[in-house]
Design a protein around this ligand. Structure first.
Ligand code: HEC
Length: 130
């Protein structure tokens, strides 16, 4: 049983590492396009914090994601305040979509759903110990 627990824990850790790698790649993309000059993950700078953006568009459908990607490329104003986001002309549509999905994924981190597998694993471990 102890081995099973170890295996389970290993699975969770590698899943976390995998997600971490993707997040890093996206963050590099955001750095490459200087998004982080105006945005931070959890603090408003010139633009809104990405976590706030993620919370606002939680459950966004493809059309909303496309509209946000379009705004990232062309710029725009009026949603978060008087300061406009200037156009990010060298961002491709694919990159813009990737970046928007990355930004929107930040709301899910804290969601109870993300914690569920760990709780389940804990329950199984407890059961195995009986
Ligand atoms: C010069 C500063 C600046 C840069 C650079 C910048 N942004 Fe923004 N961003 C803003 C501001 C200001 C807003 C708020 C606009 C508004 O109120 O509609 C914003 C809004 C956003 C929004 C939310 C849009 C909405 O309609 O709710 C997203 C998503 C976003 N930015 C992503 C990005 C990405 C991705 C990049 C890099 C490619 C980037 N931003 C680069 C200033 C910036």
């Amino acid at each position: 049983m102890r081995n099973a627990t170890k295996l389970l824990a290993g699975g969770i850790i590698s899943a976390a590492l995998f997600t971490g790698g993707l997040v890093q790649a996206n963050e590099d993309l955001a750095k490459k396009h200087a998004c982080l000059a105006c945005h931070q993950i959890d603090k408003k700078v010139v633009g809104p914090a990405y976590k706030e953006v993620a919370a606002k568009y939680k459950g966004a459908d493809d059309a909303q994601i496309a509209a946000l990607a379009d705004k990232v490329m062309k710029g725009g104003a009026g949603v978060w305040g008087p300061i406009p986001m200037p156009p990010n002309a060298n961002v491709t549509p694919e990159e813009a979509t990737t970046l928007v999905k990355w930004v929107l994924s930040m709301a899910e981190e804290a969601a109870p759903a993300a914690a569920a597998p760990a709780a389940e694993a804990e329950a199984k471990t407890e059961e195995a110990a009986k």
